[in-house]
Design a protein around this ligand. Sequence first.
Ligand code: PLP
Length: 389
Amino acid sequence: MESTLRRTWSEIDLDALVHNYHRLRERIGSGVKFLGVVKADAYGHGSVMVAKTLEAEGADYLAVSSNDEAMELRLNGIKMPILILGHTPKEQVGRLIEYDITQAVTCKAKAVEYSDEAVRLGKTLKIHIKVDTGMSRLGYLCEGDFFINGVEGISEAVNMPGLETEGIFTHFAVSDEPGEECEKYTRHQFELFTSVIEAVEKKTGRKISIRHCANTGAVARYPETFLDMVRPGLLLYGYGEFAKELGLKPVMTLKTVISTIKTYPAGTAISYGGIFKTDRTTRVGVLPYGYADGFFRSLSNKCSLMTTAGPARQLGKICMDMCMIDVTDMQGVGVGSEIEVFGPHNPIEELSAIAGTIPYELTCAVSKRVPRSYIRNGKVIERELLLRM
Ligand SMILES: *Cc1c(COP(=O)(O)O)cnc(C)c1O
């Protein structure tokens, strides 16, 4: 569905995505597979178009967080392997097999359920086993005293009927954080991971073909962790300091327009709560962009958005559907002028830092009423609006 309004929209630069993919490919070398993480609608960039682009460029694998996200890709023609990182209820095992979707197995109870269900159907479910080496979230616990038990549980899963163990993986907790302590923690996680694999392979007499652990931080900083496949998300979309260091480009630009301009005398309170009062005659631009579009209300009165004449201060509380900016000194900026919320001229990293969060949260927050324009070879190739119309 196409949006009829020129209101607030995102531009998804698929050329930047392709550039980032190939830069990362060069970095990891040809012997390592590339899994693109496209969970959460590809971090708000549109998982179908991102997946189509990665598939065409020759990526090896995709990862999502749920069966619904995997099905969205399959039903839109994506044929490449897809790994579900989170849980799937056992009732859906038949569907996973039918659509050739790979499932993470994170503990003994899940392994047993999935195996029973696959055997009942007379079929085989492809799995990747998740090892908890220090993220303390999902996965077979293998640290310290849990090592023997963990290896035993994983080996059991490898040998279970109805399950085909194609891969094994773990997730780093602090690979993107600076400092010696975090480095030590990450190296320990990696060593534990490789010891677990070694012990499982010895115990079962089987080789697990895809061993993977490198997320964005590890792809940028720990080449020794690449193993058989890397698993970056954020880097692919070109955000954060590592992306800059590696010459990657931001994929999303979020834009809005000035819908109204009003000039207020000094001493006028702007927006809910009156937390901002003009201290001079002020030309105020009203933007059709608010927290229901994915702006963070916590940024109220604290950030700037980019006009063609430079950064304009955001004024007062951010409302649900609107916010205000100061365009008093902005030459040539008027009704209909484009405003860059974040993008190449207004780095998302600055905005997320002011909000006390990470770029991921800002791109994921862009809501469904914000249409997307996909750009390839410098031209808009598709427009998308997720409202039910
Ligand atoms: C989200 C996720 C990733 C990607 O993380 P980035 O920091 O975006 O690279 C990789 N692996 C797992 C298990 C994840 O959940």
